[in-house]
Design a protein around this ligand. Structure first.
Ligand SMILES: [Zn+2]
Length: 436
């Protein structure tokens, strides 16, 4: 276990945070597009607690999703608070302003106590020469052979390499520092959990680059508690990991070692952990994540959310009648507006057009057939990842339906909630945090 609430951390570089809000070791990013499933999500954390493992819920919804739906972060806060109250949850919980930057942070300030500082857009923007020089001057230990005690291997670097990394990432980290300082001004030191995210970019960071970035973050005095690098392989929305699992496993462990090293060497908070974004449904790497965390006695933050809406659709289809009709209508509209719906998610979905069923086919389906195509059961031959990914980005259609959709959700609350809870508990919390 990493830290206790109220521990002063980061003495080595003067990051002193007293009485800080501390993110516990295991946490899961939950949330849903229409703020209707907070209770069902919390039920999954309660199941974990009943099984003896504390998994803390962090309700997240990014600015992009709020924009598409026309919702406000205060609604997410109200839904989370109501669920916590109703189910008597006594452990911490958080509200994540997911992927915000200086331009978008304003409306998240009040309701949120967890901020994901998104610096991906600035990766590759050239840093000032004097900043790069200062960084190199301050970190001679990063040039040459960098040995991380926790892994057998050490990294070899030279000045040109570290300089290159600084040129690529320093401007982004400095920007994170700016957002962080604004948050401190607005909310107060230690009154929120900071995360830095670098996942929504085209180039994965290698473990040695990651270590250099951690040194930069420490220099900016951002007491990050979680960090989301871009890992190797594809993390498409709502479907399994696509990539080399062995390579992922190796990198994940090296990243964990880099974090352990950076905590000691650079005084970052002792509970600093990896955050896995687009973490839903990455079944083939959950064992690696679980085993790596165990091996390094490290925490994990697994960010999910988007697929809760698919569980709503599954519940509606299962309910039959008007629920199934709505689920079919949403598919038809999503197919008709495919380009518009997929555009904001271009880097994180891979739809094979040839595998998308026609509207007429889907119209003829029973609820069972709809569910079998949509539910992520890799063993079911009817499971269709292209169908699933298109519907994943199709929530805008449901948002446009307004009360018709929301009324159907409410009318079928039980079956929808069962699907939401079972998905988080069986397919996510169990393999990642419990190792089942
Ligand atoms: Zn992300």
């Amino acid at each position: 276990m990493a830290t206790a609430v109220g521990t002063a951390t980061g003495t080595a570089t003067g990051i002193a945070v007293v009485e800080n809000l501390t993110l516990p070791k295991y946490s899961i990013g939950v949330g849903d597009r229409f703020a209707h499933q907070a209770k069902a999500q919390l039920q999954a954390c309660i199941k974990a607690l009943d099984a003896g493992v504390e998994v803390i819920p962090v309700w997240n919804k990014s600015n992009r999703e709020h924009m598409i739906i026309g919702s406000e972060p205060t609604q997410t806060r109200a839904a989370a608070d109501a669920a916590v109250k109703e189910l008597g949850w006594k452990l911490p919980y958080f509200l994540d302003a997911d992927h915000i930057n200086l331009n978008t942070v304003q409306r998240f300030l009040d309701p949120c106590d967890f901020f994901t500082l998104d610096v991906a857009d600035l990766i590759g923007k050239p840093a000032k020469d004097e900043d790069v020089k200062a960084f190199l001057g301050a970190h001679p230990e990063l040039v040459g052979t960098v040995t991380i005690p926790d892994i057998a291997q050490s990294f070899k670097t030279d000045k040109a390499f570290v300089e290159g990394v600084a040129h690529r990432f320093l401007a982004a980290v400095k920007h994170a520092g700016e957002i962080y300082r604004l948050l401190v001004e607005e909310k107060g030191t230690g009154r929120f959990v900071p995360e830095v995210s670098m996942d929504e970019t085209d180039f994965p960071q290698t473990p040695v680059e990651f270590l250099i970035i951690l040194a930069m973050i420490s220099d900016e005095k951002i007491p990050i508690q979680t960090i989301a690098p871009k890992f190797t392989g594809r993390f498409n929305k709502g479907v399994d990991y696509v990539g080399d699992v062995k390579q992922f496993t190796k990198e994940f462990e090296e990243d964990l070692a880099a974090i352990a090293f950076a905590i000691k060497k650079y005084g970052l908070p002792a509970n600093l952990k990896l955050s896995v974004h687009s973490g839903s449904d990455k079944f083939s790497i959950y064992k690696a994540i679980h085993d790596g965390a165990k091996k390094f006695n490290a925490g994990v933050h697994l960010k999910t959310a988007g697929t809760n809406w698919l569980e709503e659709l599954i519940g509606l289809a299962e309910s039959g009648g008007i629920g199934l009709e709505i689920a079919k209508e949403i598919y038809a509209e999503a197919l008709a507006h495919k380009d518009e719906l997929t555009a904001p998610y271009a880097t994180v979905i891979d739809i094979d057009d040839g595998k998308l069923p026609t509207v007429a086919e889907v119209d003829g389906w029973t609820g069972k057939q709809y569910v079998a195509s949509l539910r992520h059961d890799p063993k079911d031959p009817a499971y269709n990842p292209s169908f699933r990914q298109l519907l994943h980005v199709g929530f805008k259609i449901a948002a446009k339906m307004g009360p018709k959709y929301l009324n159907a959700l409410e009318a079928n609350e039980d079956v929808v909630a069962q699907n939401v809870t079972a998905n988080l508990w069986e397919r996510h919390i169990k393999p990642v945090f419990i190792g089942l």
